[in-house]
Design a binder for this molecule. Structure first.
Ligand SMILES: [Zn+2]
Length: 172
């Protein structure tokens, strides 16, 4: 087990919806270990499986980046079942190093999914946790925060990203 390379904007896996997990087996357990390690090594507060090239609906989030064991969330086939209100805060993404944006996100979300033992779990997120859930669940739907910006900002940023992707020149 080791941190895996993180795919960058422009890789087709990041722009394609991921498949549901049908069976939680050893491969999923191993994937989760790699995802957590990759997230902590980056370091980041969240990671979705397609970011390491695995097109499955699996996400990990840890707002404490490994500092508080109780904060690690591992969720399989997550779904947002309720969205309330709005918030606008700067977001970044491990797949778009060095670039931020301010998408509109719900102020509060309720999310359900399966834990690594196949038990149904539900979470309520506000503030940063709500943004993290939306950001990671967007990833498994093939969307990045750039896709959530206003058309003008999105077009400007995409032009910049296309150049970076072509030159493979990302700010670390
Ligand atoms: Zn991201």
């Amino acid at each position: 087990m080791a941190p895996r390379p993180i795919l960058r904007w422009g890789d087709p896996v990041l722009h394609t919806p991921s498949r549901r997990v049908e069976t939680i087996d050893g491969a999923i357990a191993a994937l989760l270990v790699d995802m957590v390690e990759t997230m902590y090594a980056a370091p980041g507060i969240g990671l979705a499986a397609p970011q390491i090239g695995v097109p499955l609906r699996v996400i990990v989030i840890d707002l404490s980046v490994g500092e508080k064991p109780g904060q690690l969330i591992k969720l399989i086939n997550p779904e947002i079942v309720l969205k309330e209100g709005e918030q606008r805060e700067e977001e970044g993404c491990l797949s778009i190093p060095g670039i931020g944006g301010t998408p509109v996100r719900p102020a509060r979300v309720e999310v359900t999914g399966l834990d690594p033992d196949g038990r149904e779990r539900s979470y309520t997120g506000t503030e940063l946790l709500a943004r993290a859930f939306c950001h990671e669940i967007d990833h498994i739907d093939g969307l990045l925060f750039v896709d959530r910006l206003t058309p003008l900002k999105r077009d400007l940023l995409k032009r910049k990203l296309r150049k970076k992707a072509k030159a493979d020149d990302w700010d670390e």
